[in-house]
Design a protein around this ligand. Sequence first.
Ligand SMILES: NC(=O)c1ccc[n+]([C@@H]2O[C@H](COP(=O)([O-])OP(=O)(O)OC[C@H]3O[C@@H](n4cnc5c(N)ncnc54)[C@H](OP(=O)(O)O)[C@@H]3O)[C@@H](O)[C@H]2O)c1
Length: 260
Amino acid sequence: MANILVTGGTGRLGRALMPRLVAAGHEVRALVRRPDAVLPAGVETVSGDLGAASLGQPLASAAFEGVEHVIHLASGATDGQIEGVDLAGTSGLLDAVRAAGGAHVLYLSIVGIEQVAFPLYRAKVEIEAMLATSGLPWTSLRTTQFHELLWDVFDRPPPTPFLARGMRYQPVGCAEVATFVVDLLTQPPANGVIEMGGPEILESSELASIFAEVTGRPEPALRPAPTSTATLDALVTPNHREGRQTWRAFLEAQRGAGTL
Ligand SMILES: NC(=O)c1ccc[n+]([C@@H]2O[C@H](COP(=O)([O-])OP(=O)(O)OC[C@H]3O[C@@H](n4cnc5c(N)ncnc54)[C@H](OP(=O)(O)O)[C@@H]3O)[C@@H](O)[C@H]2O)c1
């Protein structure tokens, strides 16, 4: 049993992780920015906005006192706040953790971040460098795209399609990532990067056609292929197929649950 603080506990992965941490017998605290954040029973909430650090309002170190593991999932990518939340926010978070006496920081990163020039991926490269020089014990768990992310982008298509034609993906379910995170807490900090991925590698067009087949909806549109074929496999990790649930099985489970 350990004292754990989670950021991003209300997000896709956070919603799968929080109940598993509680069920494993940990003392769990969630750093949340909204007063109406919904968290499982037994989780203590502390308010804190990672984006406020860049505005001169540092996180209170008291939130981190007695904490052994900080599981850092929060990201401002959806709100276009990568500079303020991911970069400045993580820097402020590390300051607060150090001020409170230190803790193992377990960060959620993405497979292939060095190979794709998305702003979020560049930020994650910088954040891993921050962790490596933080003086704190750390682990960066790089996973492939979550089934739940693909579901969100296919279910509520943005004006520009999300997945690129010809790119290969290896999606993994949040439930399995959450279980993997809980298991990581039983091991010493990696002080480095660990990878985890889903069971199968599929091209974007296959993901789109399985979505159409299982849901009965039109096939989602794809972005043009990247200009360099060298990046087509950037987001997969063929030697890390820890996840068992396939994309089709995830969608069938959504259909079974009546969420389609
Ligand atoms: N999605 C994927 O496929 C994938 C794959 C690999 C790795 N990852 C990484 O895994 C992590 C979790 O991803 P996710 O998809 O679960 O994220 P998500 O659903 O977008 O959730 C983001 C979380 O960050 C919180 N947050 C945003 N701005 C904040 C702020 N200013 N202060 C405090 N909290 C703030 C949100 O809280 P609110 O509820 O208040 O909005 C939410 O809980 C991220 O680092 C992501 O890059 C994601």
